[in-house]
Design a protein around this ligand. Structure first.
Ligand code: FAD
Length: 341
């Protein structure tokens, strides 16, 4: 090994452990944090290191115990009023302080609005790489984190690594990883860190929080049963047929981007790369061809039923059950069958 390589190896070896940032609002964790602990546990086992949670907020110690139940063995806790509301500046300083002191080799965050904001800021200040919206994470034989994500408009899956800097940072969208196993009562070590941030040093002040959630907003990402329609639905009015089927299943209606772009469904129902990632028990794709950008958002569903009149449609490659035929005959027949059951 030449001198330069030896010095790099020494620099990288100073970093140990896998961290998952526990995103929370008013003391309630975002589910993606628990999903990431499941993946984090697998990565930590492959590296032979500890899995830790990073909990930042006010009155959030209970989240450390929750993190232990989801597989973390250690939790770094920063609990102070200055962290009550998320602000990039305060959370960035908090995490930076932890990174400087404890040097993790991997940090995972949810690809939520908050996670995307914070991860980018941390990676910039620390001077390391960040791969956003990963769909796969694994460890190679040189302890590098192999971070896979769609690239070039979803036409290829790229595997990216950051082999010269630490920590290695990745964000993952909600529902991409399965939930970690939950073992209530599991214990771990809480490391309480003194807050390195003073309120007067933070430029942004939160005056009021106004939720953008509409009262009747449908949560496609959290649904167990989704009936999705694509361009094959031929018009907005035909989505009523999908709603009837979804009602019988106790589910919700989703859509492909073509259906959203056509104005047949609102954007919040879009499934796919630029929409929601879903992982329902049953996903029924009606008149959706199965473009890669759609598949990356739903291919991990437990059961996929595809209805398409083109037997060559790519959606059939990921379907558990495929029905070749006219959706305008099949969907109502399906709904009637369920009603008779
Ligand atoms: P089409 O591809 O036109 O397919 C319609 C299907 O309906 C056909 O297979 C046809 O055989 C079938 N059909 C027609 N009539 C009937 C009938 N009577 N009965 C049965 N079947 C019928 N797409 C997404 O969905 N989500 C995303 O998040 C997304 N993000 C993107 C991001 C980027 C950067 C890009 C470049 C594209 C993205 N797309 C996304 C678009 C994607 O590439 C496809 O264009 C889109 O998914 C196609 O939608 P579709 O399957 O509804 O339409």
């Amino acid at each position: 090994m030449d001198e330069e390589a030896a010095s790099l190896a020494k620099k990288l070896a100073a970093y140990r452990g896998v961290w998952v940032f526990i995103e929370q609002t008013e003391g309630e964790a975002a589910k993606v944090s628990w999903e990431l602990l499941g993946k984090g546990k697998e990565l930590a086992a492959a590296l032979g290191v500890e899995l830790s949670a990073v909990v930042i907020g006010e009155n959030v110690e209970h989240l450390c115990r929750e993190a232990f139940a989801y597989g973390a063995v250690k939790a770094y806790l920063m609990d102070a009023p200055v962290f009550h509301y998320y602000r990039t500046e305060s959370y960035l300083r908090g995490i930076n302080h932890l990174i400087d002191k404890y040097k993790p080799e991997i940090i995972l965050m949810g690809a939520t609005g908050l996670g995307r904001d914070l991860a980018g800021a941390v990676a910039t200040v620390v001077g390391t790489g960040l791969t956003a919206d990963c769909t796969g994470l694994a460890i190679d034989d040189k302890r590098n984190l192999m971070q896979t994500r769609p690239a070039f408009g979803g036409n290829i899956m790229a595997t990216i690594m950051c082999d010269k800097f630490r920590p290695q940072m990745a964000t993952v969208r909600p529902h991409v990883m399965p939930m970690a196993e939950h073992k209530p009562g599991a214990t771990g070590e809480i490391i309480r860190e003194t807050c390195p941030v003073r309120e007067e040093d933070i430029l942004v002040k939160v005056l009021e929080i106004i939720s953008d959630k509409k009262k009747d907003q449908v949560d496609v990402a959290g649904a167990d049963f989704i009936v999705s329609g694509g361009r094959g639905m031929m018009g907005k009015e035909n989505f009523a047929m999908l709603q009837e089927l979804a009602n019988e299943l106790g589910g919700v209606v989703g859509a492909s981007r073509s259906a959203v772009d056509a104005g047949w469904m609102p954007q919040e129902r879009q499934v796919g790369q630029t929409g929601k990632t879903v992982r329902p028990k049953i996903y029924i794709a009606c008149g959706i061809s199965g473009a890669i950008q759609h598949l990356v958002g739903m291919q991990d569903s437990d059961v996929i039923i595809a209805i398409n009149r083109d037997k060559e449609a790519p959606i059939f490659e990921v379907a558990t059950y495929g029905i070749v035929g006219d959706l305008f005959q099949i969907v109502p027949a399906f709904t009637n069958l369920l009603r008779e059951m």
